[in-house]
Design a protein around this ligand. Structure first.
Ligand code: DP6
Length: 331
């Protein structure tokens, strides 16, 4: 007779307004700087895990298919969970994203946040939000922020063991009347993943040190703007920080160019909206999609402009929303 311990969790994606791009420790996945993000209500990963004494290996499916490389990363995370909490069983993991996977829409953020929460519930570990954030971070740095609803700040921390590198709530979802429109420009997976892209940037970009210094200033500016409920300054800081991150990546050898032609078209369209006094700002992660920040009131105008661009294949909309949570658990 096999024994099964299972649980299901859902976790949202998050978009960094001040980005994480660089690590102070590779093994523990510790970020070089803090970061600030907004958790999104509609871009979700759903994960069910079953630790089963009858299994002799982990079985991982992603969107109904065997998970391949992503599955190996999940299995490494489960090895860590087994090691940390004295668990022996292997697990069946079924995970589903309701947005394009691996194309710069932070699927690893929602993925590892959902996995951490599901493991905690299935194994009845009783971890606090901070401990869950630390655990999710070991899977993917940005996942540490998806535990938190609304606006979250990830602390870089200073402890060697990483116990102080976790995300905390910074402002509630209602702090800004923010809408995030994601202009999808391709559904192909990105060429260079974040982990490898960061390693290359740290090792070869002469701009990396300046990026780390500038990020510290951006964190202060964004914290203040959020406290004031000042969307225009939040947008300005986010757009500037994004461009500085991409400038740093472009300075790597070989340069990391995540944009396609449509990505650049969207950036110009956003600047054109601003010239017409419509508040819109862009941010872009390690992929070709563009996330456009705007006031909820301006959403129809901004969406119409994005829909009119030939290279934009879809526009997804989201608002600040709640963090990762258990949706069902059975002992
Ligand atoms: C550009 O969290 O995916 O989206 O920790 O190596 O898994 P790993 O990296 P990941 O990097 C996210 C990079 C980013 C910026 C951000 O989300 O802060």
């Amino acid at each position: 007779m096999s024994t099964v311990r299972s649980a299901s969790a859902v976790a949202p994606s998050n978009i960094a307004l001040v980005k994480y791009w660089g690590k102070r420790d590779l093994e523990l996945n510790l970020p070089a700087t803090g970061s600030i993000s907004v958790t999104l209500d509609t871009l979700l990963t759903h994960t069910t895990i079953a630790f089963d004494t009858a299994l002799d290996t982990d079985e991982v499916t992603l969107n109904g298919e065997p998970a391949g490389t992503a599955g190996a990363r999940v299995a490494r995370f489960l090895d860590l969970v087994r090691d940390l909490y004295g668990v022996r069983e292997h697990a069946r993991v079924e995970t589903r994203n309701d947005f394009p996977t691996g194309a710069g829409l932070a699927s690893s953020a929602s993925g590892f946040a959902a996995l951490a929460v599901a493991c905690d519930a299935a194994l009845e570990l009783g971890l606090s939000t901070e401990q869950l954030s630390v655990l999710a971070r070991r899977g993917s740095g940005s996942a540490a922020r998806s535990l938190i609803g609304g606006f979250a700040e990830m602390h870089a921390g200073s402890a060697d063991d990483g116990t102080d590198a976790y995300a905390v709530p910074l402002a509630p979802a209602e702090a800004l009347p923010l809408r995030v429109l994601v202009a999808v420009t391709t559904r192909e997976a990105k060429a260079v993943g974040s982990t490898e892209g960061m390693r290359l940037t740290e090792a070869t970009s002469p701009f990396y040190g300046a990026w780390v210094d500038a990020t510290r200033e951006d964190l202060d500016a964004l914290r203040a703007a959020l406290r004031d409920g000042d969307l225009a300054t939040v947008g300005q800081v986010a757009e500037g920080n994004c461009l500085r991150m991409h400038a740093t990546m472009l300075g790597a050898e070989p340069g990391l160019l995540y944009w396609n032609a449509a990505t650049v078209d969207v950036m110009h369209a956003v600047r054109a909206l601003r010239a017409e006094r419509i508040g819109a700002w862009f941010t872009i992660d390690a992929g070709p999609q563009v996330k456009v920040l705007c006031d909820a009131e301006d959403e129809p105008d901004v969406r119409a402009r994005l829909d009119a661009l030939a290279g934009v294949t879809a526009v997804l909309a989201a608002s600040p929303g709640p963090g990762a949570r258990v949706v069902e658990a059975s002992a």
